[in-house]
Design a protein around this ligand. Structure first.
Ligand SMILES: [Zn+2]
Length: 434
């Protein structure tokens, strides 16, 4: 009798959660489910211990669990939790917890000094295991999210037709960009519309002060060019548009014309995260100076029809709470006068000179001379790019666009879940602590 009751209660909790459109089916489809061996309330209700069949132990704080309650009041529909913290006791306790099935644990909480005295709700075990924050689980996640630096210096290629027409090829493009930072799409038709047809498969264009798309072509006279990109001079390693609060993520350079007679003009790339990791290992004191002392990137131009005056102050390198490098921004040309307390000025320049030298002399990991029909895509938040100077003769015309880093990362995560078996996306170089 009691067994029958408990199994029908299980079915209803699970069905009820699924009926409310909780995101389990989409996001947790690939998360391995583990049987629960034991559930125990410990430390006078402060923590819950779950022992799983594989021997792993998860430990959840009372308030963490309350915040993530899966009942119909807390999570009426979709994945937006409605928890009113003003009504909760800061020292909320777990009064009981029981395994209802291998899929559901039901928890009750009590709060003495609060409006909410009692609450009961189910939590999905797959959710708990997936979000377990034990040291072991955190280490595994960090490993999966970490960027890896490759010895292979060839640029991976795909065909334009395939990325436009097949989801499998699009997924390959996403994974390559995510894990190598660069991918060459071959045989793209020359029109702007054709370039956008491919890039829109990832995300819409991220516009900048230079428009939604841009062209790189020599200006008639180098004096008239407002940006050195529009001349034939060489460009040192840099990332584009770092004066933006969210600098563009994916950059695409689509070659329309590049006459064979032109000497030079090759693009070359370096992985800024690889360089920063080396800097951290070799010069820790200077590395941390650059994570702490902010510099300013600016773009100011009042000669334009719409005057531009963008300034942003932040450190060149960002590390997360686990001391992992998550973001590096590099474009010395855009650096405005340093504006920090005097005690930091000398420390900044000591570190900056060393990092500048390391970046500038770092051997390129990728080199490429674009040919008409090439659409070179790369992660502007991970790679710095440069260009060799090129000769006066002949015609070189590139068109390009940017995509936002969050939208790119979103597409990678979604495709990992859709066709990639649910793996995590590696860090993209966004200012994202994961
Ligand atoms: Zn609830």
């Amino acid at each position: 009798m009691s067994e029958k009751m408990s199994s029908s209660a299980t079915a209803s909790h699970l069905e009820d959660i699924k009926k409310r459109g909780f995101y389990l089916d989409d996001v947790y489809r690939h998360v391995k489910s583990f049987a629960v061996k034991d559930v125990q309330v410990v430390e006078d209700g402060k923590h819950l211990h779950i022992e799983w069949e594989d021997g792993h132990v998860s430990r959840f704080y009372s308030m963490w669990l309350r915040h993530n309650c899966h009942c119909g009041v807390c999570l009426p529909h979709t994945n937006y939790a409605l928890i009113d913290f003003t009504k909760l006791d800061a020292n909320i306790k777990i009064s009981s917890a029981k395994k209802e099935s291998d899929e559901v644990i039901v928890v009750t909480w009590t709060g003495e000094n609060s409006e909410e005295k009692h609450h009961e709700g189910p939590l999905l075990t797959r959710f708990l295991r997936h979000h377990c924050y034990s040291d072991a689980a955190e280490r595994t996640r960090s490993k999966q999210r970490a960027m890896t630096f490759h010895e292979d210096k060839t640029i991976p290629t795909l065909e334009y037709d395939s990325v436009v027409n097949s989801d499998e090829a699009l997924y390959k493009w996403l994974v390559t960009l995510s894990e190598r930072g660069i991918c060459l799409i071959k045989n793209a038709p020359p029109s702007l519309e054709d370039m956008l047809k491919a890039t829109r498969r990832i995300a819409d264009v991220q516009p900048t002060i230079y428009g939604t798309t841009f062209e790189v072509e020599s200006a008639p006279s180098e004096v008239e060019a407002s940006n050195p990109a529009y001349t034939r001079i060489g460009l040192e390693y840099h990332q584009d548009q770092i004066h933006y609060e969210s600098p563009p993520g994916i950059e695409v350079l689509h070659c329309v014309k590049f006459d064979e007679c032109i000497k030079g003009g090759e693009n070359f790339f370096v992985d800024m995260h690889e360089v920063a990791a080396k800097f951290k290992a070799e010069e820790p004191e200077d590395f941390y100076a650059l994570t702490r002392i902010p510099s300013i990137a600016d773009t100011v131009n009042y000669k334009r029809e719409n005057p531009v005056h963008i300034r942003i102050q932040r450190p060149l390198i960002t590390v997360n709470h686990k001391d992992e490098i998550v973001n590096v921004l590099w474009r010395p040309m855009l650096m405005a006068p340093l504006q920090v307390p005097e005690k930091d000025v000398q420390a900044f320049y000591k570190a900056y000179k060393k990092f500048y030298t390391l970046v500038t002399t770092y051997k390129s990991i990728y080199k490429h001379r674009l040919r008409p029909g090439d659409m070179l895509s790369f992660n502007n938040r991970r790679l710095s790019h440069g260009r060799k100077p090129y000769s006066e003769n002949g015609h070189r015309l590139l068109q390009g666009c940017y995509m936002n880093i969050s939208e790119f990362q979103s597409k990678v995560e979604a495709f990992h879940n859709k066709i990639g078996g649910g793996r995590f996306a590696v860090r993209s170089g966004a200012i994202d602590w994961q």
